[in-house]
Design a protein around this ligand. Structure first.
Ligand SMILES: Cc1cc2nc3c(=O)[nH]c(=O)nc-3n(C[C@H](O)[C@H](O)[C@H](O)COP(=O)(O)OP(=O)(O)OC[C@H]3O[C@@H](n4cnc5c(N)ncnc54)[C@H](O)[C@@H]3O)c2cc1C
Length: 451
């Protein structure tokens, strides 16, 4: 007797959910599923999906393994080829004056396909998140405007319930619904979000070449650059050295570069009222004024501080429909191994829903994409009798890999945001310089995996 084709429902059409959809369809000849994917947004354009993210060699390999060749060929639209002799794809960290402290050896690759082939060491390439999502949406029949509110498990399947009153039945439910996942909250209520006590503000701006040149002169041509302060505050910029289309910029003869800018500081500093600026997170102008106030208050007068202030001056002052409107946000993560009780069943989780990660080491999307590969491979052995062992196989690998990365990011983030003062900064900066020397001497990058 022919067996019925099992149904898999993916809740969440973000980077993780979409990659899983493609992987399940790509494996159709080996194991066929009826795959349905839902997202709460009313359309793919409802929110701007921007900012830059890094795709590393682990994420790139999984991505290319999961997507069909038509999408793999389109990846350079979202992950443009490196600009030779101009860009250095990798992290660099400076002190508050912009003096370089750390630049771990990172393998340079000409394009995303070469990044994916790097199996020893570490490589990363800056990616436009919005364009990557757009590329991944090709041929995916996402059902938009379907906000999942909860599910009901029965003996032979799962009902997924939506806010609009509709419901859908499936054999396996995958919650790929981001950090506030209702699927996680129901399946694992004890798996709590960890709050760092750090406030972060992030946005994208168009930066004129003369400002990028000043930044590059200070601390090199890294595509991910950070600066560490004395009071627990830190800044970052992520960019490609690829000019963007000129639109309304004042000087049309000068190239502009889309740049993600980021500023963070201990949240307790928000409790100290400053009389000049009242911050309203729904008013971008007040948030930008607040960031500039913090920079002036926490940083000494120097070229690096001037550059940071000029970058924040470029932020549009009016509210626009952005994925991350300029507002203060809490730095948070989820460690999937922080709870013992974890019963594998028909409901599983993927990506930020189960292991949201602080952005400092750029691993969140990479892990969501790797989850998709591991889960789709595990499901090749699916049968009505052994589906639990498939889910268990996936969850065991996912928990171990992603927990290690969540905790590594947490460790680095908490270290770089602990206030050290002037004397403490001398010790901290020298110890980073020593680590940098050793890493470069032995061609070792702490982000590379052992296997
Ligand atoms: C500033 C910043 C920089 C970052 N930089 C990097 C980086 O360099 N490298 C990196 O790897 N990662 C980075 N990340 C993290 C990365 O963006 C996320 O880890 C990644 O997008 C997670 O993918 P996901 O599919 O799990 O979740 P998401 O991309 O959040 O997608 C979740 C989807 O679920 C939908 N959804 C939510 N709730 C519901 C519901 N109830 N019903 C239906 N649908 C729902 C949402 O609309 C969304 O489409 C960064 C994050 C930030 C904030």
């Amino acid at each position: 007797m022919q067996q019925k084709i099992p149904t898999i429902i993916i809740v969440g059409a973000g980077l993780g959910g979409l990659t899983l959809y493609h992987a399940l369809i790509k494996n159709k000849d080996k194991k066929e599923f009826n795959v349905k994917i839902f997202d709460r947004e009313s359309s793919p354009q409802e929110r701007w999906q921007g900012y830059h993210i890094g795709i590393n060699n682990y994420g790139a390999r999984s991505l290319i393994n999961c997507v069909p060749s038509s999408i793999a060929l389109n990846l350079p639209k979202a992950i443009p080829n490196s600009v030779p002799n101009i860009e250095y794809h990798g992290f660099s960290l400076s002190d508050h004056m912009g003096n370089l402290l750390l630049r771990p050896p990172t393998k340079q690759a000409k394009d995303v396909y070469e990044v994916a082939n790097i199996s020893v060491g570490y490589s990363i390439i800056v990616t436009y998140r919005d364009k990557l999502r757009h590329v991944l949406l090709e041929n995916v029949p996402v059902q938009w405007g379907k906000k999942c509110i909860r599910y009901e498990e029965t003996d032979d399947g799962v009902w997924v319930l939506f806010e609009d009153g509709s419901k859908e039945f499936c054999d396996i439910l995958v919650g790929a619904d981001g950090i506030n996942s209702p699927v996680r909250k129901q399946k694992l209520p004890e798996l709590q979000i960890f709050d760092y006590g750090i406030t972060m503000i992030v946005t994208d701006v168009a930066v004129p070449k003369n400002l990028i040149d000043r930044l590059t002169k200070l601390n090199g041509n890294g595509t991910f650059r950070g600066t560490l302060g004395l009071n627990g505050e830190a800044s970052a910029t992520i960019l490609r050295f690829i000019p963007i289309e000129q639109k309304n910029y004042e000087d049309k003869s000068e190239p502009y570069y889309r740049t993600t800018i980021f500023f963070e500081y201990p949240s307790k500093l928000d409790d100290v009222e400053h009389d000049k600026i009242k911050v309203d997170d729904n008013d971008p102008a007040s948030v930008v004024d607040h960031v500039k106030y913090m920079i002036r208050k926490l940083r000494p007068e120097c070229e690096m501080t001037d550059i940071l202030l000029e970058l924040w001056n470029l932020v549009p002052k009016t509210t626009s429909k952005t994925y991350n409107p300029v507002r203060r946000r809490k730095m948070q993560d989820i460690d999937p191994l922080s709870v013992n009780a974890w019963t594998s069943n028909r409901i599983t989780l993927l990506g930020d829903a189960v292991h949201a990660t602080s952005p400092v080491l750029s691993s969140g999307a990479n892990n969501a994409i790797q989850d998709a590969e591991v889960l789709s491979n595990a499901l090749l052995n699916y049968s009505p009798e052994n589906y639990i062992s498939c889910i268990k196989e996936y969850e065991n690998e996912m928990k171990k890999r992603s927990s290690a990365e969540v905790l590594k990011s947490r460790h680095v983030e908490l270290k770089q945001t602990s206030p050290v003062g002037y004397i403490g900064s001398i010790f901290r900066n020298n110890s980073i310089r020593v680590s940098n020397f050793i890493m470069n001497l032995f061609d070792y990058n702490f982000l590379a995996r052992k296997n």
